[in-house]
Design a protein around this ligand. Structure first.
Ligand SMILES: [Mg+2]
Length: 361
């Protein structure tokens, strides 16, 4: 048996206290580091989530002045407004107006379809300057929000070949409603599309694009590579089984390009392919990779025809990957537009706040 003296005991106690203090220090340092990393990650995620909304608005406003034209390679692409509807420089069009109608609901923490349908109808009844044929036909035939999906199916039955790009153009904010749940995003993207565009190809396009946006927002860390094609293809398992093979082939066609192949692009399929093709076939600049957002949006407009819509679609995914911070300052200061024709114009800063609210709702 060993005798323990008081001196030994006090010495051991000091060792224990010292050890406990050191352990506490280490635990605290690790926790602080984790909290800092989480903060940085959430800031990056937040930038990319707002980027999905603002990038789409930027593409829309960039393409607005060139709608239904085919700008040649020598023509400068600038956020100059004009076009067939006399847009102001930086003003977004119906694509973003309808995205705002969706975002306004998501920002309240809801994804209630009747509330979104109600916003669509209020937007339509206020007399938008521009509205697509299919959207106009459906919204003009529904008396109440609850009717919308039924009217959209009736439109599809009466016009089996019609599948315009009008739902895909506004799908940018949908992923923000359920960033951690891909099944929920797929369901929502399909249901929101079906309020006006019930065709299975319209639904498939919105599901694939919304899931690619989700993947970009949640995984595309700065400085790391991002596989655009894989991100789009990864959504195929959420597409109706009888459409998967078709969309797999359509994606292959789009990445093979060239982008000019996807004009005209009023059809949801070619609009989707045009946007994906512009993104994939535009090189990522080595010096400032995030300039890819600007370059690919210019490429999207250069494809021609429905320029604002193709660039709005491309902008949602580009913004989700590169973040709102990648939007050039000269565009950011100009971006604005209507919520409805009878309401106060929405500045870009308000759109950004709305996207943040939707993300945190
Ligand atoms: Mg438009």
């Amino acid at each position: 048996m060993t005798d323990i003296t008081i001196t030994d005991f006090v010495g051991s106690a000091w060792w224990l206290i010292g050890g406990a203090l050191l352990l506490g220090f280490i635990v605290q340092t690790v926790q602080q580091r984790r909290a800092r990393m989480a903060g940085e990650r959430s800031r990056a995620v937040s930038d990319r989530a707002t980027g999905a909304v603002l990038g789409s608005a930027a593409g829309d406003a960039l393409g607005a002045g060139y709608e239904f034209t085919n700008p040649g390679p020598d023509r400068e692409i600038a956020m100059k407004g004009g076009g067939g509807f006399g847009w102001a420089p930086g003003e977004w069009t119906d694509d973003t107006q309808m995205a705002v109608a969706i975002l306004d609901v998501i920002a309240t923490g809801s994804s209630d379809l009747d509330a979104i349908a109600s916003n669509f109808l209020a937007w339509y009844e206020a007399g938008p300057a521009d509205v697509g044929n299919q959207t106009s036909s459906v919204l003009g035939s529904a008396a109440i929000p609850e009717d919308l999906a039924v009217v959209a199916v009736a439109f599809m039955d009466a016009n089996p070949g019609a599948a315009g790009n009008g739902a895909l153009m506004r799908t940018g904010p949908v992923a923000l409603a359920a960033l951690d749940d891909r099944t929920e995003i797929a369901g929502l993207a399909g249901s929101i599309a079906s309020l006006t565009h019930a065709h299975p190809d319209s639904v498939a396009a919105c599901v694939l694009w919304s899931l690619a946006i989700q993947e970009a927002i949640t995984t595309a860390e700065p400085g790391q590579a991002f596989d655009w094609e894989a991100a789009v293809r990864n959504g195929l398992e959420h597409v109706a089984e009888d459409r998967q093979e078709k969309w797999d082939a359509l994606i292959t066609e789009a990445v093979t390009g060239p982008p000019g192949l996807f004009n005209p692009n009023g059809w949801v399929v070619t609009a989707f392919q045009a946007a994906l093709s512009a993104i994939i076939n535009t090189p990522v600049p080595a010096e400032q990779p995030s300039d890819h957002l600007r370059d690919a949006l210019v490429a999207a407009v250069r494809i021609g025809h429905d320029t604002d819509t193709v660039a709005a679609i491309a902008g949602a995914l580009l913004g989700a990957r590169w973040g709102a911070g990648a939007i050039p300052d000269e565009w950011n200061t100009l971006i604005h537009g209507d919520r409805r024709r009878d309401s106060e114009p929405v500045p870009g800063t308000e759109l950004e706040q709305l996207a943040r609210k939707a993300l945190n709702a």
